[in-house]
Design a protein around this ligand. Structure first.
Ligand code: N01
Length: 549
């Protein structure tokens, strides 16, 4: 009997697991590792042909992490972190992909992953306490628990520009870059988008292309990355005190041990000291700039002082005053994610690079031979969209997640995501999210946050099995209180005022809700640990034999 395409039925299931994990990026692979160590029967589904998630798909030229390699790496294995050698301060995408492949092989994880398979439906049967997922290949697989390791920045957002399918040249999206090498030599290239991806890509493409047109809607703040080969002495010293550094990262606000926590206001210091502090941050490079003072992200006047410093730097780099004007951001610094670059602003001094202001003259259509704005047509051979992601909720809502009796995640999140601790949503039992909305996730070193979530979920599942619990679900009141807390903490800062993907502003029609938890990685970890220690306060547990912890 072939299954009804719109539903899934446990009765027809060929295979049953303890846990299904969706995604084989950093989160999914570590989740798999932990579950295997608990002796659980696990199946992982991954849409890509290989492991790596974000680092599998985002292989555009210049792609590189802007958290230091020695921190943007797993901490769960002492041997792994001692033996792996990073070559640069900030690792490139190919190096991170090599690392995650090494981890998958070292811990024998790949054999549990079914690649090139997307989950399209996930349905929970409350009578059986069982999830059944349906894949795009037609597989039906069931498990007691479903864990979404689907990533926060994994659903590429492509603008709906008329004529896209007419373009006779090649079209790319930075978040869906092909695995074969792309050569722009001698081509007229257009890049749409100047966020982190565009800012990394543009200097690389400019070196190859005959001519590069950058179509910019909003100018962005970017700090020099100051990348360099990894100093062997720094590496040795870091590895000697890795345990201490990892602990510091876990307890820190941002999940990065190397980020200092500012204790002074912009207004507490003299203008000279202020200028010197900003200059030191600029020279040090990287995205820690807004941590120069403790009120840059809290107070508009303090923010304006920090922003003006960066604006002056941009004007000092870009030779044409008109182009510099266009590249100078107007919004409050840090209210969209900061970018880190290598020669980004300097790229606009090249003769083969033209900046096009599509705020003033928006893109009207794509034609067979190029791109038309409200006031000109640009002849192009290749077009790159660096237009970002449907962040945090996109990958989850792409899957039809629902219970058999008609509760669906899409309906529950109609006005924006609502979770308890970013881990679960009331009404959807036995389904966990890793770095879900309502957790620090994208505001932190995401590897630190992934490890914390995975460890918590693994500990929770082990407890549930031990106690004979077969169902766990977030309670409505606990969720409402958590959502209120997430909003209240965010509203103490300037961040909800930015038109960022943190609040869904980049996706037309997406509810405007500040999605990540800004209270800090350390604070959040403590809260999660307290919840576990209290016997999972705020979660309803049920099952054959719920016994005391
Ligand atoms: O995406 P973005 P991203 N017409 O959303 C423009 C992480 N990341 O892929 O600002 C014209 O930031 C849009 O313009 P506007 C990091 O967390 C990390 O660059 O909406 N333009 C913007 O300029 C980052 O924040 C690393 O006006 C359109 C750009 O496209 C996140 O991923 C590297 C448009 C999108 O910028 C996302 O970064 C890369 C339209 N219809 C990414 N739609 C590192 O670790 C969008 N734009 C270094």
């Amino acid at each position: 009997m072939s299954p009804n395409p719109d539903t899934v039925s446990a009765a027809t299931l060929p295979t049953q697991y303890d846990v299904i994990v969706v995604g084989a990026g950093f989160a999914g692979l570590y989740m798999l590792y932990r579950l295997l160590n608990l002796g659980m029967n696990v199946k992982v589904f991954e849409a890509g042909t290989g492991v790596g998630g974000t680092w599998f798909w985002n292989r555009y030229p210049g792609a590189r992490c802007d958290v230091e390699s020695l921190e943007y790496s797993y901490s769960f294995s002492g041997e792994l972190q001692q033996e792996w050698k990073w070559t640069e301060k900030y690792a490139t995408q190919p190096e991170i992909l090599r690392y995650i492949n090494h981890v998958a092989e070292r811990f024998d994880l790949k054999q549990r992953v079914q690649f090139e398979t997307r989950i399209v439906v996930a349905e929970f049967d409350k009578n059986a306490n069982l999830w059944t997922v349906k894949t795009d290949k037609g597989d039906l697989v069931s498990a007691r628990y479903c864990i979404m390791a689907t990533g926060c920045l994994s659903t590429a957002s492509m603008p709906k520009v008329p004529g896209l399918d007419r373009f006779e040249g090649k079209t790319y999206h930075t978040g869906l870059w092909p695995s074969e090498a792309v050569d722009f030599s001698g081509l007229r290239v257009g890049v749409v988008g100047t966020g982190s991806s565009g800012i990394q890509l543009i200097p690389e493409v400019a070196q190859q292309a005959a001519h590069l047109h950058v179509f910019q809607r909003t100018a962005n703040y970017s700090l020099p990355a100051r990348n360099a080969p990894l100093d062997p002495d720094y590496e040795r010293r870091t590895k000697m005190r890795y345990a201490q550094l990892r602990k510091a990262a876990r307890e820190s606000p941002s999940g990065v041990a190397g980020f200092t926590v500012p204790d002074k206001s912009v207004f507490e210091v003299s203008p000279q000291e202020r200028a010197q502090t900003f200059e030191q941050r600029w020279e040090a490079g990287g995205i820690g700039f807004t941590r120069a003072f403790n009120d840059v992200l809290l107070n508009k006047e303090a923010n304006a002082i920090a922003a003006d410093f960066v604006r002056r730097k941009i004007r000092a780099i870009v030779r044409s005053p008109e182009v510099a004007d266009l590249l100078t951001p107007a919004y409050m610094i840090g209210t969209k994610r900061l970018c880190a670059d290598t020669r980004y602003f300097d790229t606009y001094n090249r003769d083969n690079v033209t900046l096009v202001d599509i705020k003033r003259a928006p893109i009207v259509e794509i034609t067979e031979t190029g791109l038309r704005t409200a006031d000109a047509h640009y002849e192009l051979d290749a077009l790159v969209f660096a237009t970002g992601f449907d962040a945090m909720t996109g990958a989850l809502l792409r899957i039809d997640i629902r219970t058999k009796d008609g509760v669906s995640l899409r309906n529950l999140w109609d006005h924006g995501p609502r979770t308890y601790l970013g881990l679960m949503t009331a009404g959807i039992p036995n389904l966990f999210m890793i770095t879900g909305p309502g957790s620090p996730s994208v505001l932190s070193n995401v590897i630190t946050s992934i490890e914390q979530h995975v460890d918590w979920i693994a500990g929770c599942l082990a407890d549930l099995v031990r106690r004979g619990v077969t169902r766990i679900e977030a309670e409505q009141k606990a969720q409402d209180d958590w959502v209120a807390h997430v909003n209240e903490v965010a509203d103490r800062t300037l961040l909800p005022q930015g038109a960022s993907w943190y609040i869904g502003a980049n996706i037309p029609g997406k509810p405007r809700v500040f999605m990540p938890y800004i209270g800090g990685v350390g604070v959040y970890r403590k809260k999660c640990d307290e919840v576990a220690q209290s016997g999972y306060g705020g979660f309803a547990l049920s099952g054959a034999a719920v016994v005391a912890a």
